[in-house]
Every structure is written in C-alpha cells, then in structure tokens.
Ligand binder design. Structure first.
Ligand code: PMT
Length: 219
C-alpha cells in the first residue's frame, strides 16, 4: 500500500535511453533499460499523481496509469518535454540522454570502403537544465549516474543545474539492473535508499520528493 502523497499532482518523467542516428540503419545509444524511470512512473501513479512518461528506446510495457509519449533522439525528448512542461507540478529526469548527436549523419546507409570514417559529434541540449532554469520551474528531480566519485560528481551536478533534489547512483549497479540503490541529495544532506528492487526504491523516492514538494508548497 502506497500512501497517496502525490494526489492531484501532475508529474512528468523521462526514462530510458535516447538514440542518435548515424545513418538509415545505425545509431548511438546507451544501456539504460528504462526500468528505473518506469518504476518511478508506477510509484507516482500509485501515490495519486497524473503521470506523463516520455520514453526513449525501451521494450518495456507502459506502466499502469501513465500517458506515454515515445521518442528517439535527445532533440525529440526535448520537444516532447517542452510540449508538456507548462502544466506540470513535478519533473523527474531519469532518462540517460545522449550528450552528443551526429552532425554528419547520412540519409542513406553508409557503404563500407577502405577509408577511415569520422563521425562529428555536437553537444545536445540539456533537457533538465533547460527546465530547471525556467522563470517558474516545476519541482525538478535530477539523476546522476556516475562510475566513480559518486557523491562529489552528483553534488556538482545538483548545484550546476540548481535542483532541489538529485538521486545519485552507480552506473555499474544501476544501468539495466533489476535492483538499485540511490543516494538522495537535497538541502538537508544525504539520504541513502538501500539496494532493493527498482519499484521499492521508486516508492521511497516518491515519498521523499512529496515531502520536499509539500514543504515548498504549503497548503
Ligand atoms: O534505465 P535503467 O536501466 O533502469 O537505469 C537507470 C539509470 C541508471 C539510467 C538512472 O537511474 C539514471 O541515473 N539516469 C540518469 C543517467 C545519466 O547519465 O544522467 P547524467 O549524469 O548524464 O545527467 C544528469 C541529469 O541530467 C539526469 O537527470 C539526466 O536525465 C539529465 N540530462 C542529461 C543530459 C541531457 N542532455 N539532458 C538531460 O536532461
């Protein structure tokens, strides 16, 4: 049983990996499965929220209660988020967004020959940062997946993107896995959510963020 701590709130969640096209059949992506973001979508719905889920590449079924928008590239994800964000109370950015897209992508399948092929990569927009720096942003929750110096790098991200809450996890134990452990970073400090199935961790994250949201928005 999950207390309905987000009753009536509108929550927008990004999840999964983005895919940056190289040519008609190839692209660059990463190993995010979407499981963490989809678990949070389910937990938010159980907590009474109206959930919109912007999903990158994943084969997962839509969690109950979510309105799902499928996207491919980081630019598609940004457009989908921008189309929805004005009406949202809370934005949870769980997606593993490609930091770069391919500048010299080809419409047709690239043919193999003896030459060295060079891909030019240009930076993608940072979706979360663009939402968080709006004049009246929703309550923003970021994630940080790091392979080393977890807390230090995550703290730096929270500060740079000006987030009230950031969930830090280790790439090695989070990406694609069934379980996860999170360290939540907020103004009060660090809160460890021990290793558990992603849905359990998601429920604890929802409880924590609802408390912060309510403190920010007294009735
Ligand atoms: O999908 P799973 O297999 O269940 O794995 C879950 C997860 C490991 C992908 C997830 O828990 C997680 O950590 N997601 C964030 C992945 C990440 O690498 O984030 P980042 O450190 O690159 O980015 C920091 C934050 O900015 C994230 O909230 C990200 O969604 C956001 N971001 C990043 C780049 C970008 N261009 N736009 C963004 O919005």
């Amino acid at each position: 049983f999950q207390p309905r701590v987000l009753e009536g709130r509108k929550v927008l969640i990004t999840a999964g990996a983005t895919f940056e096209r190289i040519d008609a059949v190839r692209g660059i992506t990463n190993t995010s499965s979407g499981k963490m973001g989809f678990a949070i979508a389910r937990a938010a719905w159980e907590a009474g929220a109206e959930v919109t889920l912007v999903a990158g590449e994943t084969a997962l079924p839509t969690p109950p209660g979510s309105r799902r928008i499928d996207v491919k590239s980081a630019q598609d994800m940004l457009s989908a988020v921008n189309a929805e964000i004005d009406t949202q109370d809370i934005f949870i950015s769980v997606a593993a967004v490609a930091d770069y897209y391919v500048l010299n992508q080809s419409e047709q399948k690239i043919k193999k020959d003896a030459h060295i092929l060079t891909l030019e990569l240009a930076p993608n927009p940072d979706i979360l940062a663009s939402v968080a720096c709006r004049p009246r942003p929703p309550f923003c929750v970021g994630f940080a997946a790091e392979s080393e110096n977890l807390i230090e790098y995550a703290q730096a991200k929270r500060k740079r993107k000006q987030l009230p809450l950031l969930a830090a996890n280790l790439v090695q134990s989070a990406m694609g896995a069934e379980d996860n452990e999170l360290i939540l970073l907020d103004d009060a400090g660090e809160h460890k959510l021990p290793r558990a199935p992603k849905l359990d961790v998601a429920r604890q994250l929802v409880t924590h963020l609802a408390r912060l949201y309510d403190a920010d928005h007294p009735a």
